[in-house]
Each structure stands twice: as structure tokens, then as C-alpha cells.
Design a protein around this ligand. Structure first.
Ligand code: MN
Length: 332
């Protein structure tokens, strides 16, 4: 699911690979996603200080949010919307979300199982929490596709990793390699994605690829990440250069997502649900989507086009917001 897509006024975002001076603790900003009872997410990427960690370019963290009752979010209902140039990586701690896309994929997003959707040159999809989801808790992540892959065919991969146990640690490696386990999910650039459960007070030292930069998104608990204190909801950035990562849990159980990859090395332009390379490209993506949303000359709405129509979803699509009145800037 791409919860960002219902954001009313998406900021213009530009990405640039900056010098990795050292460890950074990125605190989240709260982003309301719109709608009458909509949920609010905690966004740590992109942030003022950092746009990318490897190819990871978007980190939204949400919940646990009750779905029903007073104060409930009403669940997640994200009608059809487009993407280009990125992969969405959906990871749930609690709940269930139904995914449908224009490449014909229909899948359930469930806790502990990764769903990776490649937009490539263009896809549209919808994400709706199911009646089984009384609480929603998870992360919506995006990966920027490199130049050689960003105009490729759309695709979808599901994988349920076997948990790996070590003293004080349980890990689920959903992308890349960690603890001698390699995810079968193919990626366009080297990536790491894993959920780690660390017992209270436990110290864990993980062998990692020194060419990778890493991000540790703290879901629950407090810990020291390479000696730097981090609280729930922080994203801790670690520059390349270390061949191991030390995690020291505080007095409560800790759950984190560990993300990584080599510095991306390409500039991207990110706006709404699109990742491109130039302002003009994003303007063209928006126009192509609006042509579908606004329909053909006969006044019909939601016609097929560059992004297709999700199979089996009759909901009205989400129109793109107006472009900002300034040029979109590149981010590295
Ligand atoms: Mn989406």
C-alpha cells in the first residue's frame, strides 16, 4: 500500500547523494494522509537532512492504529493511483491489506510477508485493509529504480521469509542478505531489508556489507545503534565503511527494520507517486495519469492508458494534485 497517495498537498521533493559525515538520528514528522478519519503516518525519508539510504527513498511508519470505533482510523482505503520509476515495499506488523494492480496481480499483504511491486515505466494499484484488520501497524517503503531498470515492465513479488534465530535475536530477511540468509526477491540495485526482534537487554553484532549505508527504523523499544541512542520511531542513518553493526537493546523488547544498500549515485526527482529524473518527466507522468482519470473525449472516466487499470477494482481513481508553481529539484 502506498498510504502517501492520499496526502492532500504533497511537498516537492528533490534527492541528492550527500557526504556521509557520520551517524544521524532522523526523527519523524507526522503526515496526515487526508480523508475524514484518515490515519497519520510518521515519515523519516525523505527528510530535511537526507533523501536516500541506498536506493531506499521513502519511509512511512504507522500504527498501531485501531481501525474500528471512536478514534479508529476507519482502516486503509487507497483507491487506484499510479507509480513510476520505483518499487513499493509493503511490510506489516499487524493487520491485513488487499493489493490489486494493473499488471493483474491480486495479493494480500500480511505480517511478516513482503510484497514488492515494481512500477517500472508505469503501474496503477489500490490498497484496502480487509475486514480481518482490526489494527493496522506497519511500514510503507519505496525503492528508487536505477536508470537501467526504471523503464522496465511492471511486476510484483511476494515472499514470506523464514525467521532466523540467534541468541537474543529473531530476524526476517525480506530483501538481500543477512545472517547467512539471502532473500530470493530480485532487486535492481543491492539492497538489504530485514525485521529484527531483539530481546530486552540483548546485544547483537551483525556482519554487514561495508559498501552499504544503513538505516535502522525503530518500531518499538529503545536501543543503542552503533553506540548512538535511539528511541521508538527514529530512523538512524549509518554511513558506509563498517563491516558490522552493533545493536544494544534497552530494558524493553525492541523491534526494528534494518534497511541498506550502496549509495544510489543517481539524482532523482520525486513528486507525489512518481520518481523520475527531471521536472519535465514528472509533469508528463502527471499528465498521462490525469488523461486516464479525466477520461476520453466521450466524457467517460478512468480510461486505460500508460498506467493501466487495476484488475477487479471499480473504485474511482485518485486524481493527481496540482503541480507546485516551482520547478521540482533533483535529490541525490
Ligand atoms: Mn501506491
Amino acid at each position: 500500500m502506498s498510504v502517501s497517495t492520499v496526502e492532500k498537498d504533497p511537498a516537492e521533493l528533490t534527492c541528492t547523494p550527500g557526504p556521509a559525515a557520520g551517524v544521524e538520528v532522523i526523527t519523524p514528522r507526522e503526515v496526515p494522509l487526508g480523508g475524514p478519519r484518515a490515519m497519520t503516518v510518521r515519515r523519516t525519508l525523505p527528510s530535511r537532512a537526507r533523501s536516500l539510504i541506498g536506493a531506499w527513498c521513502f519511509v512511512d511508519h504507522y500504527g498501531p492504529d485501531p481501525v474500528a470505533g471512536p478514534g479508529g482510523s476507519g482502516g486503509m482505503v487507497v483507491p487506484p493511483h499510479p507509480h513510476t520509476g520505483l518499487q513499493t515495499v509493503s511490510w506489516l506488523f499487524t493487520g491485513e491489506i488487499e493489493h490489486r494492480d494493473s499488471a493483474g496481480h491480486h495479493a494480500m499483504v500480511r505480517p511478516g510477508e513482503v510484497n514488492l511491486m515494481s512500477a517500472g515505466r508505469g503501474i496503477s494499484h489500490s490498497e484496502v485493509s480487509t475486514a480481518a484488520a482490526t489494527t493496522l501497524h506497519g511500514a510503507q517503503l519505496w525503492v528508487a529504480l536505477p536508470d537501467h531498470a526504471r523503464d522496465g515492465a511492471p511486476g510484483f513479488t511476494h515472499h514470506a521469509p523464514e525467521p532466523v534465530e540467534r541468541p537474543g535475536l529473531e530476524a526476517r530477511v525480506f530483501l538481500g542478505s543477512l545472517l547467512g540468509v539471502t532473500s530470493p526477491v530480485p532487486t535492481a540495485t543491492p539492497l538489504l531489508g530485514a525485521e529484527l526482534l531483539i530481546q530486552p537487554g540483548a546485544s547483537v553484532s551483525l556482519d554487514v556489507d561495508p559498501s552499504f549505508e544503513h538505516g535502522v527504523l525503530v518500531d518499538t523499544g529503545a536501543l543503542a545503534v552503533a553506540g548512538t541512542p535511539a528511541a521508538a520511531h527514529d530512523l538512524v542513518y549509518l554511513p558506509p565503511g563498517a563491516d558490522h553493526l552493533d545493536l544494544q537493546a534497552g530494558p524493553d523488547p525492541v523491534r526494528v527494520l534494518l534497511l541498506g544498500g550502496p549509495p544510489f549515485g543517481e539524482s532523482i526527482v520525486m513528486w507525489w507517486n512518481f520518481v523520475g529524473r527531471t521536472h519535465e518527466e514528472v509533469v508528463a507522468h502527471r499528465a498521462a495519469w490525469q488523461a486516464q482519470v479525466e477520461g476520453g473525449p466521450d466524457g467517460s472516466t478512468y480510461v486505460d492508458g500508460r498506467f493501466g487499470v487495476p484488475t477487479g477494482d471499480q473504485r474511482a481513481p485518485i486524481p493527481a494534485p496540482p503541480m507546485p508553481h516551482v520547478r521540482l529539484r533533483e535529490r541525490r
